[in-house]
Design a binder for this molecule. Structure first.
Ligand SMILES: [Zn+2]
Length: 254
């Protein structure tokens, strides 16, 4: 029987990096061994727990089934988009989080990059059809302020729900992973997450090394180098207390 790992993460808090490491560790293309399967929720079953895990679990070899969620309900408060992901002590939860300001900056940069890439592809189609294209202007400070106000609110709500109001913070069914810790200690963290997902797993050091060798840690972006960094002073007070309380609750000394 595979373990089900519910992964709840703030966007841009290292989820994809961690998943790539776990896939590289558990799965082996050369022997076609798939010991980890993954449900993206939004592009998969949109059910919880994952329908694939529940009934038609695809591989008898799989030992871990990871299901992702950003708890988007907290952002949109829209039941149609995603039903509320209730906190429970049933099953394992991996909560990935990050300070709201750098994660919001990262999301803003990514969203704008994607917009431009989409525009580029559309332009190529329009050019072929000989019509005029209208390039998207670069983001303005007003775009950033609108985006960041909404996004910071969602991220604060996420931290409040999953850390500050979570009665199971001390439970061994929960693993809280700060993005900064993942980046600073990828080796140690990967071993801990493997053991958390599969307590009976004897961690294979050479597979851990190989997984890390394939995925180098990108240098962290300095928020002060962000083009709208001059606005950050007014955002700091909006999340300073929540962040401090989270650090205290999780006994983070970093
Ligand atoms: Zn699924």
């Amino acid at each position: 029987m595979a373990s089900l790992l519910q992964c709840v993460s703030i966007p841009r808090s290292g989820h994809h990096f961690l998943i790539k490491l776990l896939r590289a560790y558990f799965n082996d293309r050369s022997t076609n061994t798939q010991r980890m399967t993954y449900c993206e929720f939004y592009h998969c079953c949109k059910t919880r727990p994952c329908r694939l895990y529940d009934s038609e679990f695809p591989s008898s070899h799989a030992r871990v089934h990871v299901q992702k969620s950003h708890d988007e309900f907290l952002r949109r408060r829209d039941k149609e988009h995603e039903p509320p992901f209730e906190i429970s002590n049933q099953g394992k939860h991996l909560v990935q989080f990050r300070h709201p300001i750098p994660s919001t900056i990262s999301e803003f940069i990514m969203v704008n990059k994607k917009l431009r890439e989409r525009q580029k592809n559309e332009d190529a189609t329009i050019e072929r059809e000989c019509a005029e294209s209208n390039p998207i202007p670069p983001p303005t400070v007003a775009d950033w302020l609108l985006f960041s106000t909404r996004d910071l609110e969602y991220r604060n709500r996420f931290l409040e729900k999953w850390i500050l109001r979570n009665p199971w913070v001390e439970s061994d069914q929960y693993f809280f992973l700060n993005y900064d810790h993942l980046l600073a200690h990828p080796h140690e963290t990967l071993c801990e997450v493997i053991r958390f997902a599969r307590p009976d797993e004897i961690v294979n050091p050479s597979r851990v090394e190989a997984a890390l060798a394939k995925r180098s840690v990108k240098p962290k972006r300095n928020p002060q180098k962000f083009e709208f960094a001059s606005t950050l002073d007014e955002f700091e007070p909006l999340c300073a207390d929540i962040w401090k309380a989270c650090k205290e609750k999780l006994k983070m000394n970093r």
